[in-house]
Design a protein around this ligand. Sequence first.
Ligand code: AMP
Length: 397
Amino acid sequence: MITIDQFSFTNKKALIRVDFNVPLDKQTFAITDDSRMTATLPTIKKILADGGSCILMSHLGRPKEGPEEKYSLKHLVSHLEELTKVKVYFASDCIGSEASELAANLKPNEILLLENLRFYKEEEKGDLEFAKKLSTLGDIYVNDAFGTAHRAHASTAIIAQFFPGNKCFGYVMANEVANADKVMKNTARPFTAITGGAKVSDKLLIIENLLNVADNILIGGGMAYTFMKAMGGNIGNSLCENDRLDLCLQLIQKAKNKGVNLMLPIDSIIADKFDNEAQLQTTESNNIPDGWMGLDIGPKASEAYSKCILESKTILWNGPMGVFEMSSFEKGTKAVAEALAIATEKGAFTLIGGGDSAAAINKFGYEHKVSYVSTGGGALLEYFEGKTLPGIAAILN
Ligand code: AMP
């Protein structure tokens, strides 16, 4: 893998695609979680230490039609200065004369942050001309945005062709791939994959691919109820994707054929409304009364999942076990996070992937007690689905 370590950046301008898609407070635009920014610091510091300068480009949120105040990267400038302790210039347009001038005048040990790439539709379209304009800003292209590596956007993939021999991965990318490979290649066994979250449709492909490698697959969260219904259970008002019932049954059968232990939550915490103050009960997950919904895995499921985790040597976790954002429905997710921390202490390799699982592990304070917390959600899932990610391919080819 070709990384920034194979380059000297002395007097060079590194054009770095970072993933600064950080959550901002709706009123004040203050950054509420800067982990994506801090993740990139080692890459930025290495380039500056070489005597180079950094031109950082990123997307933020999902702007619809051109510039929007709430998605402006200018809100990140002062925090980036605090983190890096160097002067950060800001270009209020990612292409055009202002960006070109600021880039041309950038001195070693300085940083230029470009405005949100997605203020141009061309970014997500993977437009060649737009990518070419961006490419004129720097000497060496560095891709350090694992979170968008599964997209063939202008700044994540298309741009790489303008830097023959001068393109490489930053440390975030290199780390992400190395850690994902620890799970998928030369896996220490037993290998347990835990998957949860709201949408089963998002996770079916990954479960299918994991059936080829995992010994145990533990399913939790809202997606478990589509499986429960497919097997003939009563799920009340729980989340369900009726057009995926057959696929769930097929996966259960495939797991049996391959000898994979696919576990569903035996019990659930159910509520009479989607509310932290709702009335609660614990029931079997396939016997939820009408008018009630499963919002967390129950105590028996938590215990069974924790036991399985503690017996494993490699564990991948993507997706919460319940609506962990509300204290009434956090127990299952917390139990899994705790079991992961203990398993890690006992020598297992634990990889947490996807925005929500990362948020959950942070909420419960276990982020430093697991082996690796990935910055990528969709990208990590697609990597595990066995796909070649365009952002990775563009550097390698
Ligand atoms: P996803 O983006 O599909 O990974 O889903 C993450 C979201 O799923 C989180 O915000 C959780 O609150 C939500 N979630 C987890 N379990 C449930 C459930 N049983 N019912 C409804 N939402 C859930």
